[in-house]
Design a protein around this ligand. Structure first.
Ligand SMILES: NC(=O)c1ccc[n+]([C@@H]2O[C@H](COP(=O)([O-])OP(=O)(O)OC[C@H]3O[C@@H](n4cnc5c(N)ncnc54)[C@H](O)[C@@H]3O)[C@@H](O)[C@H]2O)c1
Length: 435
């Protein structure tokens, strides 16, 4: 048994033997303790400043539910600022400088590359969270990088980072696409919807309202705001107060938040209600995508039926049509009217449906995929579960048509052909076993 076993728990009550050996050990042990506490203190200081939101090497706050892939995200420094500036540089007459949030996402990638191609300056921001396979987001990032678009790795809740970006670039527009998407996942991780779709949107608007000049903002709402609305086709004037999922509720909240920032601060805001977007580089959590994967793997796929064997149908909209709608909205967005956080006069506030206007039953989607893949699907017909999905969506797009000539031109057969061609080339031989 060592002598330490006899040490009482209350220091000072132990009568010590003051031998020279003991003094030396005591001196050594004091130095050791001092060293230990100093290193702990220095480590604490380092962690505090390194992770502090105002540092130039930032991570989002620890409550961030989507930070799993952010541990190594850093920003700042001369080289980084140069990349930001170069990416956002306008290369055409009357071009815009656009901050695209969610740029590594499906829609974000397509919109960013379309803007860049026509000569606008584009800077992306994305937190590369792992809601779906982040390697797909990295592949999209690589694609954009080849086209000259830099994606800053960061979270839209990181106000210090957003402010820094506006300090470097006087963005004329923000295309806000970052969000926690997906209807069913909300039952698993509700906090991620509040984090990205509500808190993140507010952080972004706070920075935009203080920016000088204030940018015009176009952002993605969703057709899901129509929820349990039964009047078809869905028009912007229809009721949107019956969301069927938390996702829909956060998008609806976004529309109300947009109204507030427009009303108080004069921010020009345009919300876009996308209807089931599909296409190359799409989202693996969406039915057309995982049906393709599962059909190729020989796995059965769930086909939902509405009440009384009713058809479930979607107004599937091809990505190129959505991109046209985004660009049309940016091009017709008026300037914000505030400065120094104050509104000078009323600013533009709009909401548009962007859909295809021809709903297709999900069973028909599967038949098209079967033909394109030359594989028979194993259909598992089941009742539509009550987890947020709605039986039917159908867009009335006359408002967007009137304002900027919006018209979808790709039918589902043509669009899926392009998707399948991309899918097979992207996943190559791995297609039958891909995730
Ligand atoms: N694809 C559709 O069918 C559809 C339909 C209606 C609405 N929308 C909306 O359109 C937008 C784009 O959708 P998508 O299909 O491209 O989705 P996506 O998930 O592919 O893209 C969203 C991107 O935002 C990023 N992101 C999420 N939270 C973030 C945060 N807090 N900070 C920084 N980045 C963050 C993600 O990493 C992702 O890359 C979303 O707002 C979505 O809700 C999409």
């Amino acid at each position: 048994m060592s002598h330490l076993d006899h040490t009482p728990s209350t220091p000072g009550k132990f009568k010590i033997d003051k031998s020279p050996y003991y003094s030396r050990t005591r001196w050594h042990s004091s130095v050791a303790k001092l060293t230990l506490w100093s290193s702990l203190f220095v480590t604490f200081l380092f962690l505090f400043f390194y992770r502090s939101p105002s540092s130039s090497s930032n991570n989002p706050p620890s409550s961030d539910p989507s930070r799993r892939y952010l541990a190594s995200a850093t920003w700042g420094g001369a080289a980084w600022e140069k990349r930001v500036r170069t990416s956002a540089r306008i290369r055409s007459r009357n071009g815009f400088s656009v901050l695209v949030t969610g740029a590594a996402g499906f829609v974000g990638t397509h919109v960013s590359s379309a803007l860049k191609r026509r000569g606008d300056g584009v800077l992306g921001i994305d937190n590369f969270n792992d809601y779906y396979d982040p390697t797909l987001k990295r592949a999209r990032q690589a694609l954009l990088e080849r086209g000259g678009v830099f994606i800053v790795e960061g979270d839209i809740n990181d106000v210090a980072l957003l402010k820094k970006l506006f300090d470097i670039v006087p963005f004329t527009h923000v295309m806000h696409l970052a969000a926690q998407a997906g209807v069913r996942y909300a039952m698993q991780n509700p906090g991620s919807y509040v984090h990205s779709n509500i808190a993140g949107f507010v952080s972004l608007l706070e920075v935009c309202k203080d920016a000088d000049p204030q940018p015009a903002i176009v952002w993605a709402s969703s057709s899901s705001v129509y929820g349990l609305n039964t009047k078809v086709p869905f028009s912007e004037k229809d009721r949107t107060d019956q969301p069927a999922s938390l996702y829909a509720a956060t998008k609806k909240a976004g529309e109300e938040i947009a109204h507030t920032y427009n009303h108080i601060y004069g921010l020009s805001l345009t919300g876009l209600r996308f209807f089931t977007v599909y296409g190359p580089w799409g989202r693996p959590d969406m039915a057309y995508f995982f049906f393709t994967k599962d059909i190729l793997k020989g796995k059965s796929i769930p086909i939902f039926e509405a009440a009384n064997h009713g058809t479930v149908a979607r107004d599937f909209t091809y990505i190129d049509d959505i991109v046209k709608g985004c660009l049309g909205s940016l091009d017709t967005a008026e300037k914000s009217t505030g400065s120094g956080g104050k509104k000078k006069r009323p600013a533009q506030l709009r909401v548009f449906n962007l859909g295809n206007t021809s709903p297709v039953p999900v069973t028909d989607l599967v038949s098209i995929l079967e033909r394109l893949l030359k594989v028979k699907a194993k259909r598992n017909v089941m009742k539509l579960p009550r987890n947020g999905d709605v039986p039917y969506t159908h867009a009335n797009i006359s408002y967007a048509q009137k304002e900027f000539g919006y018209k979808a031109t790709t039918d589902l057969q043509t669009g899926l052909k392009k998707f399948v061609r991309w899918y097979l080339s992207y996943y190559g031989d791995k297609k039958a076993v891909a995730r």
